[in-house]
Design a protein around this ligand. Structure first.
Ligand SMILES: [Zn+2]
Length: 247
């Protein structure tokens, strides 16, 4: 277990102090904000100015020269970003980002889905993935690891992996088709719940990752701190999970 700590200053944010201290990596997530002033980062078709202002402020708080995010598909598309960019780039159809460029903020939006943080201290490269049940079943984690191997030349046994705040195993009730899609055959017993972080950790271990941690925070249990798609019957906004190599 490894848990995010609240960040002092602007906006509700939570980061892994341990990763900043040990690796020079920012790995964090925003929170829900106040009921009358939700701290929403949803991109939608065209994000309102208020949301774009939040994105710009997040970059400046992190000391980022640029940021990249995508409208997501619950797929396995992970994009490699080389070189610097200025401002916020909004792509379409990607569910993860990877880079070895310091100062480039990579981000995914979440509200129950799991943000998966990958870092290779040897090559100083990072990836951040959006993993709901569809992405987990389809192999977004494997896709992210393969991309780091291909683009940064990482060795998977050097990777550290953290499954951040998301819906927990006792809050995530699913139908049999979802259980069949993500659990190995014969596992799960008669429970109608699925623990996405446990399944992602299992996939990580199977791929050869040794340094695995999981957040203790559940977006539905801690609905006062986080947006939760399930906890709000689909009406909530979106948090942003973000990651950056410090220069
Ligand atoms: Zn929970």
């Amino acid at each position: 277990m490894l848990t995010e700590s609240p960040v002092a200053g602007w906006g509700p944010r939570f980061e892994l102090d341990d990763w900043r201290a040990r690796f020079g990596v920012i790995a964090g997530i925003t929170g829900r904000g106040e009921a009358n002033d939700p701290f929403d980062f949803a991109l939608g078709e065209s994000p309102p100015a208020l949301v774009l202002d939040r994105w710009a402020r997040l970059q400046s708080e992190c000391g980022a020269s640029g940021a990249v995010v995508s409208r997501q598909l619950h797929g396995i598309g992970v994009e490699w970003h080389s070189g610097r960019s200025n401002g916020l780039r909004i792509l379409d159809g990607k569910d993860g980002h990877a880079t070895s460029t310091p100062g480039l903020l990579i981000a995914v939006t979440v509200a129950d889905c799991i943000p998966v943080f990958l870092h290779d201290p040897t090559t100083r490269s990072i990836a951040l993935l959006h993993a709901g049940w569809r992405g987990t079943a389809a192999g977004v984690l494997r896709a992210g690891i393969r991309l780091l191997e291909a683009q940064a030349g990482i060795s998977v046994e050097d990777l550290v992996m953290h499954c951040g705040p998301g819906i927990c195993g006792s809050c995530y009730e699913v139908g049999p088709e979802v259980r069949r899609a993500i659990l190995p055959e014969g596992e799960g017993g008669f429970s109608s719940c699925v623990d996405l972080r446990a399944e992602l950790a299992r996939q990580g271990r199977a791929a050869g990752v040794r340094g695995l941690t999981r957040s203790t925070m559940c977006t539905k249990h801690h609905h006062d701190s986080f947006f939760s798609h399930r906890g709000s019957a689909g009406t909530d906004g979106r948090m942003v999970a973000y990651m950056m190599l410090l220069p």
